[in-house]
Design a protein around this ligand. Structure first.
Ligand SMILES: Nc1ncnc2c1ncn2[C@@H]1O[C@H](COP(=O)(O)OP(=O)(O)OP(=O)(O)O)[C@@H](O)[C@H]1O
Ligand SMILES: [Mg+2]
Length: 278
């Protein structure tokens, strides 16, 4: 029922995807679209082929990330963009959400399997070790993200290194600070935009309550939210936008769509995809 709601029950997904690919190729052969607000218009002559955008959706557990991820991907596809859906770490533990968002990544790599077992409480890992495994899980996908972007595909990720850093630092291990956790992320593809879906842990808990995975306790969520705000103050905050995720699904969806459109139409798309700086 949830799937029907999100897809609008059109049953035309296959057709739309096929049309989207052809349309996107056509678009890439044209000069980059310009907007009135573009502060750095391309110089005269041939313009470089348009690259895809790297968009990340972040937030606490139950903030509505997967819901918005699915809607954003569908909206972009319906506008003719080619989209690659990803999530970290690997597939969702909730089968309905996995089906809903059609994510292409899963926890089937050896590293992904170790993380999965850890999150489900089936295995123990030292705090630094599991952090480095989470990071390695992102590095495993780094080349495929860059390749997709270079081919003009927009990559939309449900959780990325922001969650990776913040959840590890939230454990309170004295030798695992936000700064320490950030080191192994340096050099990964830098998002063009990170939308932080902000919600209080109390409001998030009302959305069906937290599940059984390792980090889903209210004390942990409270600390995670504080650390997300600390991250916004660092260089990582430059590409981050905080959205009020306590509103209706449709209101958040509209806000997400507007922010993404701004970035896709900006001069940023004529520059190469960046890397997370030291
Ligand atoms: N804006 C909203 N208002 C009310 N309920 C919402 C809203 N957004 C999502 N929900 C509902 O909250 C629940 C959690 O949503 P969702 O799975 O998208 O969150 P999430 O951030 O991906 O969670 P997780 O961190 O567990 O993966 C779902 O039942 C979803 O339908
Ligand atoms: Mg989710």
């Amino acid at each position: 029922m949830l799937i029907v709601h999100i897809n609008g029950g059109s049953g035309r997904e296959g057709l739309e995807a096929e049309g989207a690919t052809a349309y996107s190729r056509k678009r890439r052969s044209l000069p980059r679209p310009r907007t009135f607000h573009d502060p750095n218009p391309p110089s005269s002559g041939m313009s470089a082929p348009e690259r895809g955008a790297l968009i990340v959706i972040e937030g606490l557990d139950r903030a509505g990330k997967s819901t918005q991820h699915g809607r954003l991907c569908q909206n972009l596809e319906s506008q003719g963009h080619t989209v690659k859906r990803m999530r970290f770490p690997g597939a969702s533990p909730c089968p309905h959400v996995y089906a809903l968002t059609h994510n292409t990544e899963d926890r089937t790599t050896p590293i992904g399997k170790s993380i999965d077992a850890y999150l489900k409480g089936e295995s123990q890992q030292e705090d630094h070790v599991i952090h480095l495994l989470f990071s390695a899980n992102r590095w495993e996908a780094a080349a495929s993200i860059r390749n997709a972007i270079a081919e003009g595909t927009t990559v939309v990720i449900d959780r990325y290194y922001y969650s990776g850093i913040v959840y590890s630092a939230a454990k309170g291990n004295p030798t695992l600070s936000l700064e320490w956790a950030r080191h192994p992320e340096v050099g990964l593809p830098l998002p063009d935009l990170c939308l932080f879906l902000d919600i209080t842990p109390e409001a998030a808990a009302k959305r069906g309550g937290f599940g059984n995975e390792k980090y889903e306790t209210s004390a942990m969520q409270k600390r995670v939210r504080e650390l997300f705000y600390d991250l916004v103050k660092l260089s990582d905050g430059r590409g981050m936008r905080i959205l009020d995720a306590g509103r209706s699904i449709e209101e958040v969806e509209k806000d997400v769509a507007d922010r993404v459109e701004e970035v896709i139409k900006s001069s940023r798309m004529s520059q190469e995809l960046g890397s997370i700086p030291p």
